[in-house]
Design a protein. Structure first.
Length: 157
């Protein structure tokens, strides 16, 4: 695959992590487990293990639920943002590793995508709630579906 596509997908999976921090590693973990991504000879081979699939899947489901709770901190506050950058970096590196590209470049691109996704997603969600004069949960569920769809698209390529 053309490295430019891989790099674009690394940014994209980072955006997914910025929107929902655990959806990206759950999707990457499933892709590696199903051999859609070849991580066997990389330091990220653990992403395809049954344990990783189970843990990331359960955590991702929990995050989708927790995101709707009123006391959930903003994704742009320090700790959630750092988690998103870390997950975006791991996932971006995984996509690059599967295409025999630099893990470091993948991690940097994934982390950058996570920052874009976190701040962009937060701003768009806030604006939509305000402009549409609707409850946040309706926009949040739509955001969940878009995030899951984007993750599936990126890992299937």
């Amino acid at each position: 695959m053309n490295p430019n596509y891989v790099y674009a997908f690394a940014v994209g999976i980072g955006v997914v992590a910025g929107l929902r921090s655990l959806t990206a590693p759950a999707a990457v973990s499933w892709a590696a487990h199903l051999s859609w991504l070849n991580l066997h000879s990389s330091p990220l081979a653990f992403m395809g293990s049954t344990v990783a699939v189970a843990i990331f899947s359960l955590l991702a489901i929990g995050e989708l639920i927790a995101d709707k709770m009123p006391k959930t901190p903003r994704r742009t506050s320090l700790v959630p943002l750092l988690a998103r950058i870390l997950m975006g970096g791991v996932c971006g590196a995984s996509l690059c590793a599967s295409a025999n590209q630099s893990l470091l470049i993948g991690a940097l691109l994934g982390g950058t995508g996570a920052v874009i996704g976190a701040f962009g997603g937060y701003d768009i969600r806030r604006r939509l709630v305000s402009k549409l004069n609707t409850k946040d949960i309706f926009i949040a569920i739509s955001e969940d579906l878009i995030t899951i769809g984007l993750a599936c698209f990126l890992i299937s390529q």
